[in-house]
Design a protein around this ligand. Structure first.
Ligand code: PGA
Length: 252
């Protein structure tokens, strides 16, 4: 059975003290009110990783970085390596978020290096894909997403591919308040699963968790998560309030 996962992506929000407070609030609510079969992950800024690891029950909540360096180590001022992330106690890393691709010029080539280093260091990559509004309006989203997968995670050996979580995030729905409809989400998630099946076989496709991201909130999580190919969410804005994040987790 593939996992149900709700992962928060705090992006560049919260100072350290606010982040610890938020993590503790999520920890308390999850312990009391969340279903045990939903994996909960907090994607926090690098500066917060080790403190958040100390602040939550890591048997219940996984901690994630939002990026890692494309190089293992060395003279790369300002970069944070996959090994450094792992050494904080974090277990996940978000890779290929559209904001990284768009604002920091992250290419498939860079992503392949990051994926390899994350996997080598025992981190679970949460690999993001998704199309712009322009691509959606041209009804070219399937080809676009397929190409993203083919250029990156489809290069991995099957044993590594099995370790990934995929997040489909239409760029036009991120932070815009505009959510993909439940039908749109199911349709493209089913398409992604079918391309995984064509590449790695049905069993691998059935075991891969595919999360939806883009203005997911307590009020629409239930409908989105009810779809057979939507296995949870990658949550931006609504992950910054513990009660809203819990409301999304309880959308299952
Ligand atoms: P959002 O962000 O929930 O604020 O739309 C999602 C994401 O970018 O991961």
């Amino acid at each position: 059975m593939r996992k149900k996962i709700v992962a928060g992506n705090w992006k560049c929000n919260t100072n350290l003290q606010e982040g610890i407070e938020l993590a503790k609030a999520v920890d308390t609510l999850v312990a009391k009110e969340a279903a045990d079969d939903v994996v909960v992950v907090l994607g926090v800024p690098f500066t917060h990783l080790s403190k958040v690891v100390e602040s939550v029950n890591t048997n219940r909540i996984g901690v994630s970085a939002q990026n890692c360096a494309a190089e293992a180590k060395g003279a790369f001022t300002g970069e944070v390596s996959a090994e450094m992330v792992k050494s904080t106690g974090a277990e996940y890393v978000i890779l290929g978020h559209s904001e990284r691709r768009e604002y920091y010029g992250e290419t498939s080539e860079t992503l392949n290096k990051k994926l390899a280093l994350a996997l080598k260091n025992g981190l679970t990559p949460i690999y993001c894909c998704g199309e712009s509004l322009e691509v959606r309006e041209a009804e070219a989203q399937n080809e676009f997403v397929k190409k993203q997968l083919e250029e990156t995670i489809f290069n991995l050996p099957e044993s590594d591919f099995r370790k990934l979580v995929i997040a489909y995030e239409p760029i036009w729905a991120i932070g815009t308040g505009k959510t993909a409809s439940s039908e749109q989400a199911q349709e493209i998630h089913a398409f992604i699963r079918s391309t995984i099946a064509a590449k790695f076989g049905d069993e691998v496709a059935e075991e891969t968790s595919i999360l939806y991201g883009g203005s997911c909130k307590p009020s629409n999580a239930k409908e989105l998560f009810a779809n057979k190919d939507v296995d949870g969410g990658l949550i931006g804005g609504a992950a910054l309030k513990a009660e809203d994040f819990l409301g999304i987790i309880n959308g299952f």
